[in-house]
Design a protein around this ligand. Structure first.
Ligand code: WTA
Length: 566
């Protein structure tokens, strides 16, 4: 096996001795890392931003922003503190208060960041919505959460307008590029009362997909920021001298935990690029901003690899010193490509929307085994369990589980306590991922235990796509799977049963793909569609996606004893 031995880095890693830190760690001691109000309460947004304004970091750049059109802006911690105070005051004026939900539906623009912080300062629950979502996806999320405020822009407004009729609790749509919002922000006071929150009170929520049903609202507590701060320090190894770029979108959990909360809690200078993925542009960002720490995803790395090494050679990327990756399996080739082309390996790490922060990682001071997710973060106990909840021996595949009780473990699933409970078994949190552990304590990812799809690192539930397809008049029913793809990890593939009088055609396939893109989401549409006569179902009527997948991949079909007779 290849093991990449670490050179002595120029900068001393924050986590120098993993084994020692792991043994000595206590969450009670770690709580001292946060700043508290006199009454021992605190606020995540205060910890991310405001506390730095009491130190030399007050005028340090917190955010370098580059828009899709090339406009460049920068914000100090002090700027973000004032802007989020103002936003908090604007939202309070609109009736927002502790515990209520306000959702942000924006591309990666500065307003997204200070609105998120402003909502937390009010003590309300901040939610984010990926900007590729269509009206149906908005309806599901805003309806379930009973959000009172949506913050959006003029370009995305028509999609909110389409969803609005079925959202009786939505009181205000705030449009950031409207004269009204500018007026309100200009008028708002620069100081605000930052809500004093208890450890366990909800700070943000994020809808995520499972195998069945509509997406579920994963709720996180203010205390989650402790986990995010510590892991940003140990895993991303953020130092004050760093310029950090996390390519994730805050519509997903990585963007919240490591582009807002955990990274800023460490006082990191962060770059945000609004535009889409483009190899040349990405290299330009890495070069021009002299990025030192880069957190990205396997699909992006594979696309950069595919763009060829001639392109990368045109750029001076010598400032890079630490590379991390998350969201889907990182193939060893990607780790080694980093080493060969950038002179640095990618450090894989693993976590989920539900875990709220990185739980397994490769640390800068530790040898990397390419293909492994690394070792549990100090404060986290991870194990591989069989289906009955018993630990299996080293080298055996099983369910990846984590001992409950870490600060960023989800607080609950919004309005679905039973769903929340279903994650736990025998005193363990079950991730839904299959993995194995080697004798040295490294964890290796195998695959999902369920039908959840990861396409370009983004999590998609087959049920949502099936439901969207079924609202099209030509479709009777649909079964959706993730089909392995060398670049995107998986692509969405749909098997569609058409109405009797509808003729299958290539044109119809395109139309259905476009339809899902528009109704549901730009990233969650089927790139491949097959028309079939009948879907395989269990006797109780559940679509057997496992069988669709086995057929597609030419694999054995496994146990079909519950299959409905044809
Ligand atoms: C997958 C993203 C392999 C996994 C932060 C998990 C990974 C799901 C890795 C969560 C990794 C995440 N290697 N698979 N390093 N990291 N995953 O909620 O299936 O969008 O359960 O959170 O992504 O996706 P989510």
């Amino acid at each position: 096996m290849d093991i990449i031995r670490k050179n002595q880095a120029l900068l001393k890693p924050n986590l120098l001795d993993y084994e020692k830190a792991y043994k000595q760690f206590s969450w009670e001691d770690a709580k001292n890392e946060l700043s508290y109000f006199e009454d021992k309460t605190f606020n995540a947004a205060y910890n991310a931003i405001d506390r730095h304004t009491q130190t030399w970091r007050k005028n340090k750049i917190a955010l370098y922003f580059e828009s899709e059109k090339g406009e460049r802006l920068s914000f100090t911690f002090y700027d973000l503190s004032i802007l989020s105070n103002k936003a908090a005051n604007v939202f309070r004026d609109l009736g927002l208060s502790r515990g209520k939900r306000a959702f942000i539906f924006l591309p990666r623009v500065p307003e997204l960041f200070y609105a998120f912080l402003g909502i937390q300062k009010v003590g309300a629950i901040a939610g984010t919505l990926f900007s590729a979502f269509g009206p149906q996806a908005l309806k599901d999320r805003l309806g379930d959460s009973n959000a009172e405020i949506v913050i959006t822009n003029r370009a995305l407004l028509p999609r909110v307008e389409k969803a609005k009729a079925s959202l009786p609790n939505l009181k205000h749509i705030v449009v950031i590029d409207s004269p009204d919002f500018s007026k309100r922000m200009n008028k708002a006071k620069e100081v605000t009362h930052v809500a004093h929150m208890n450890w366990d009170e909800p700070a943000f929520m994020l809808y995520t997909s499972g195998t069945t049903g509509k997406p579920k609202g994963v709720v996180h507590r203010h205390g989650a920021i402790l986990m995010e701060q510590l892991t940003a320090k140990w895993v991303l190894d953020l130092h004050d001298s760093d310029t950090y770029w996390c390519t994730a979108d805050p519509g997903w959990v990585t963007g919240i935990a490591y582009e807002i909360l955990g990274s800023w809690a460490n006082g990191a200078t962060t770059v945000v690029y609004e535009g889409r993925f483009d190899p040349a542009k990405w290299y330009e960002i890495l070069q021009n901003y002299k990025i030192t720490v880069w957190y990205t995803a396997p699909t992006a790395i594979r696309l950069l690899m595919a763009a060829g090494s001639d392109l990368v050679k045109k750029y001076n990327l010598s400032c890079l010193r630490h590379l991390c990756s998350v969201g889907e399996p990182l193939n060893p080739e990607c780790v080694l490509w980093g080493q060969k082309v950038l002179g640095l390996p990618f450090h894989d790490n693993y976590w989920q929307t539900e875990t709220g922060g990185i739980v397994i990682a490769n640390y800068p001071s530790m040898d990397i085994k390419p293909g492994s997710m690394g070792k549990p973060v100090p404060g986290i106990s991870a194990a591989i369990l069989d289906d009955k909840g018993k630990k299996v021996s080293f080298g055996k595949e099983g369910n990846l589980a984590i001992k409950p009780g870490w600060p960023s473990q989800m607080k609950t699933i919004w309005r679905r306590p039973e769903k929340y409970k279903s994650y736990f078994q025998n005193g363990w949190y079950i991730t839904g991922d299959r993995a194995w552990e080697d004798r040295w304590g490294y964890f290796w990812f195998v695959g999902r235990a369920d039908d959840v799809i990861k396409t370009s690192g983004e999590r998609v539930g087959p049920f949502e796509v099936e439901s969207a397809l079924m609202t099209h008049p030509a479709v009777v029913e649909a079964g959706v799977i993730g089909k392995p793809d060398p670049l995107r990890g998986e692509i969405i593939k749909a098997f569609v049963v058409l109405e009797k009088d509808v003729k299958p055609s290539e044109k119809l396939k395109k139309e259905l793909a476009e339809y899902v893109k528009k109704q549901l989401a730009g990233h969650a549409y089927p790139r491949e569609i097959d028309f079939i006569d009948k879907l395989p179902k269990t006797r109780s009527g559940k679509i057997m996606r496992r069988l669709l997948k086995a057929k597609e991949l030419g694999l054995p079909e496994g146990d079909t004893s519950t299959l409905e007779e044809f």
